[in-house]
Design a protein. Structure first.
Length: 183
């Protein structure tokens, strides 16, 4: 009797784990963004925490305040600030702050996380994604602009645009799973 109960519990746990794994794999196959980096940090009220980012391409930086209220400042220098002229992009909302960085923005990128004064300590998480949504939009706009410009008639050729291989998405997924269980 006990053996059957243990077997049933193991079957439920295995089925739950497989469902979770498969739902994440299918979710990863349909998103256009690849997670490049994740950082979790703490910042005191009225203070900055600084990070340096060297990834190339169009990026999306998401800051999630886990506790308190942290604000996101991004600049082409390594010490961005909330002062005018000392940052290029900012997001100061409560909750999830998102900043999109174009591919032609100079590297390295400085990220500053400011702890709002209303909370003595703010805990945050930063996720950096390769933002393919912008790349697809740029490709679409380029095709649209080229089609509106009058050119001499020529033979129409179709160019196949390679999407990100599923293998890289799967490796990214395995990296996230490894980070989750090991760290």
């Amino acid at each position: 009797m006990i053996r059957e109960i243990i077997f049933a519990l193991l079957a439920i746990i295995t089925a739950s784990s497989m469902w979770s794994l498969l739902s994440n794999v299918f979710h990863m196959a349909f998103i256009d963004n690849m997670l490049l980096d994740t950082v979790i940090g703490v910042v005191g009220a009225g203070n900055f925490s600084y990070w340096q980012l060297g990834h190339s391409g169009p990026l999306r930086v998401e800051l999630t305040s886990l506790s308190g209220d942290a604000d996101l400042y991004v600049a082409d220098n390594l010490r961005p600030s909330y002062e005018f002229g000392k940052h290029n992009f900012s997001s100061i909302s409560f909750g999830v702050d998102i900043v999109k960085i174009p591919a032609d923005f100079p590297r390295p990128i400085g990220i500053g996380v400011y702890g709002h004064g209303a909370h003595p300590v703010s805990t945050y998480s930063i996720n950096v994604f390769l933002d393919d949504g912008d790349a697809n939009e740029i490709r679409f706009n380029k095709v649209k602009i080229e089609s509106t410009v009058s050119k001499p008639k020529r033979k129409i050729t179709t160019e196949r645009v390679e999407e990100k291989p599923r293998f890289l998405k799967f490796l990214n997924f395995l990296d996230m799973v490894f980070d989750t269980f090991v760290l």
